[in-house]
Design a protein around this ligand. Structure first.
Ligand code: MOS
Length: 733
């Protein structure tokens, strides 16, 4: 029989795609169980202060009302264990830490009754002025965070005492201060959970990125009262970082089910998601570049002040994965600070440090191109790094220069006219821009189980989830590839905290982490199959030398005969064989190499001469992402990442009113790109499997630098440099 073509590196449809488009995939909010109660939350309407009174009389009169909880009528004692996320537990005290904080929880027999009753809860406050502006609260404190390298990095040539001296000795210096705003993940599936208590066990259905992490955190927040917490997330309607840990909605659903001993479903309204769930923080960055007259960098200084709320969240360090690892420079200075504000928690959002950092660095590089008269692509090639400036380590694999050359050709970059000769087409000013993308190629420890079944199917199990990334299909592809069977004969099993621990579904690490582990687990399963074949009395290979048997194309072969694994299992009367594997990180490799994926963006924008309206009209992205497992899913990831960047560049922000209220807590005011905002996006892969990693992650890299490419194109079109995102039309008039 002819060998099956490997599914790796081809367009493979999502294995769960039909279920999703048919509405048959059950997300956590879709799930119903007998005896279920519904919960709704009341959120604070001041930005800082304390609750002075809560009147629940009107709420209790609503038909179907069951109970109401708040700090003075506690549901149960909750903990704020150290670790990621907020530093407080909901409904434990009268303190209001930000606008939109949960201050009461209503439980009722129907979702309508719960929301109706919640709307009738009347809360009075003693308000204090919140710290809401970055400007009034500068400068920040150093962003040193546990388990991370210091927030200050300075590498200087001996002849320079300071970075300022290195800059002063440079022939050309540009200084660029940029601001990137609050952004929200706005995953399609609203946040929430259904929690079910059975005895001393709690089961929580919630759209978790990492079921085991969520289960552990939920149990810790419930002061470890449940003996076990199981999290189930078979389908997740988008995450982008927002579902990496449980927010107060999940904790309260779990606490209510635990206390009331009835299943409780709590789904936030869209408006509540904007404040209960952490957001991408606001950042101000100053990048100073020193260079020779022909554009060769002599000094890079990158300083940032990022919002870190009083309730904590994600401490942004935007230079870590941009200026520290992108361009060759003999003098480098990085200082990352945090500014404490009374705002909802910040949190990691797709390329959390890199999206902000690359906007600052790649905008400054464009300013250097203007200052030196060097073509922006040529400038990046001239400053190409072979070792990372902050560590001096080489990369496991790096083809960023090729990405720029290939991208320039595909995009038609050579047709660009150097300023000052803008292109005008009717009522449109036309400009082009470029930017580099660098994102860490994270690989984490992971465990996988592969079960070969008597019906000639295989089950690949690990506790990751698929928040829309294509991870479920990836497990099927990886299993099918090693076993030599069709993708359809592999059943992925994921989204359950009881499965073998997978890698974090974060940091674009799933592909690089799970593919080798799936392969190892599959080989472990086939080795056991061979053992079974030579030891079982009913096996045709009984008593044979195992060395004479081999497994390929889903079949065991040896001594002139072949049999599918399912056939052998049924012949011997076995249901299955189960293989396991765990891969752990190699600390030696980690000390020898830098691991990153790379990309080059090319963007054409048209800016209306009369209205100032900017439109992105062409986009090309070339990605050096190692071996590409599923070209279709990978294409979608890069397109999605670039769309994120276009949204960051032109549309998304959420100004905070002086009282602390986010001004755009809904999808009418908070603008995300729609189809009409997005041109065809040309995505191209460089085919260079990483010698160390094989496949690398690509889920976030499309977001890195894409906003800068847009901004640089806007400058090329108009001569106006907008350093504060988003670039709205009023800034281009
Ligand atoms: Mo993602 S922002 O690495 O969860």
């Amino acid at each position: 029989m002819a060998d099956l073509v490997s599914p790796v590196g081809r367009d493979i449809d999502r294995v769960e795609g039909r279920l999703k488009v048919a509405g048959a995939a059950e997300y956590s909010a879709d799930r119903r169980v007998a005896g279920m109660l519904y919960a709704a939350v009341v959120t604070s309407t001041i930005g800082k202060g304390a609750i002075t009174g809560i009147d629940t009389a009107a709420a209790t009169a609503v038909p179907g009302f069951v109970d109401v909880f708040h700090h003075a009528r506690p549901l149960m004692a909750l903990a704020a264990p150290p670790g990621p996320g907020e530093n407080y537990a909901p409904l434990q005290d009268a303190l209001v830490r930000f606008h939109g904080q949960i201050v009461a929880l209503v439980v009722a027999e129907s979702p309508e009754a719960a929301r109706d009753a919640a709307s009738l809860v009347s809360v009075t406050y003693r308000a204090e002025p919140p710290r809401t502006s970055m400007d009034g609260n500068m400068p920040g404190v150093p962003a040193n965070t546990p388990n991370l390298p210091p927030a200050m990095v300075t590498v200087l040539e001996p002849r320079f005492p300071t970075i300022d001296a290195a800059l002063a000795a440079s022939e050309v210096v540009v200084r660029s201060t940029t601001r990137t705003p609050v952004q929200h993940h706005v995953a399609m599936e609203p946040h929430g959970a259904l929690a079910v208590r059975e005895g001393d066990a709690l089961t929580v259905y919630t759209g978790a990125q990492m079921p085991i992490v969520q289960a552990t955190r939920i149990r810790a927040k419930l002061r470890n009262e449940p003996a076990t917490v199981r999290v189930l997330a078979p389908y997740v309607g988008g995450a982008f970082g927002s579902r990496a840990q449980p927010w107060s909605d999940v904790v309260l659903a779990a606490a209510a089910a635990w206390t009331l001993r009835r299943p409780v479903k709590l789904i936030l309204t869209r408006e509540q998601v904007f404040t209960v769930v952490g957001h991408r923080g606001e950042v101000r960055q100053t990048v100073r570049l020193g260079a020779s007259r022909d554009g060769v960098l002599t000094a890079v200084a990158h300083e940032s002040d990022a919002e870190l709320p009083f309730v904590s969240g994600w401490p942004m360090r935007p230079a870590d994965d941009t200026s520290a690892v992108t361009y060759r420079t003999p003098n480098l200075h990085i200082a990352q600070r945090l500014v404490m504000l009374d705002r909802p928690p910040t949190w990691a959002m797709r390329a959390p440090n890199e999206a902000a950092g690359a906007f600052a660095l790649e905008t400054a590089m464009d300013e250097l191109a203007v200052a030196t008269g060097v073509d922006p692509v040529e400038l990046r090639l001239r400053n190409s790094a072979t070792v990372a400036p902050a560590t001096g380590l080489p990369w496991s694999s790096k083809h960023l220069d090729e990405a720029f050359r290939v991208g320039a050709r595909r995009f038609g970059w050579s047709a660009r006219r150097a300023r000052p000769r803008p292109r005008i087409d009717g009522q449109w000013l036309v400009g082009v821009g470029t930017a580099a993308a660098v994102y860490p190629a994270n690989r984490e420890s992971s465990s996988v189980r592969v079960r070969l079944c008597a019906d000639d199917t295989a089950v690949v199990s690990t506790s990751i989830s698929d928040p829309g990334t294509g991870a479920e299909t990836l497990l099927a592809i990886a299993g099918a590839d090693v076993l030599g069977i069709t993708v359809r004969r592999v059943r992925p099993e994921l989204g359950d905290s009881l499965l073998p621990p997978g890698p974090p579904v974060a940091g674009s690490s799933v592909t690089a982490s799970t593919v080798p582990t799936v392969a190892a687990a599959a080989r472990n399963a086939t080795a056991q199959l061979i053992q079974l074949a030579v030891t079982h009395a009913r096996s045709p290979w009984h008593g044979a030398d195992p060395a004479g048997l081999s497994f390929a194309d889903g079949r065991l072969r040896g001594n002139g005969r072949a049999m599918t694994f399912g056939r052998l299992l049924s012949t011997v009367g076995a249901e299955d064989v189960v293989g396991q594997a765990q891969t752990v990180l190699d600390p030696v490799k980690a000390g020898q190499f830098m691991f990153h994926s790379f990309g080059a963006h090319f963007c054409e924008v048209r800016v209306n001469r009369f209205t100032g309206e900017p439109r992105v009209t062409r986009f090309t992205t070339v990605v050096d992402g190692g071996r590409i497992m599923n070209t279709q899913a990978a294409h979608s990831q890069i397109v999605g990442g670039v769309i994120f960047g276009i949204g960051q560049a032109l549309l998304e922000h959420d100004p905070v009113e002086p009282g602390g209220r986010p001004a755009s807590a809904n999808l009418a005011d908070y603008m995300v790109p729609v189809n009409a905002d997005i041109p065809p996006i040309d995505v191209h892969w460089l085919d260079h499997p990483d010698p160390e990693l094989g496949a690398r992650g690509i889920g976030e890299i499309g977001t890195v630098g894409s906003a800068a490419a847009v901004g640089n194109a806007v400058f090329d079109a108009t001569g106006i440099r907008v350093r504060e995102l988003p670039i709205t039309l009023d800034r281009l008039l």
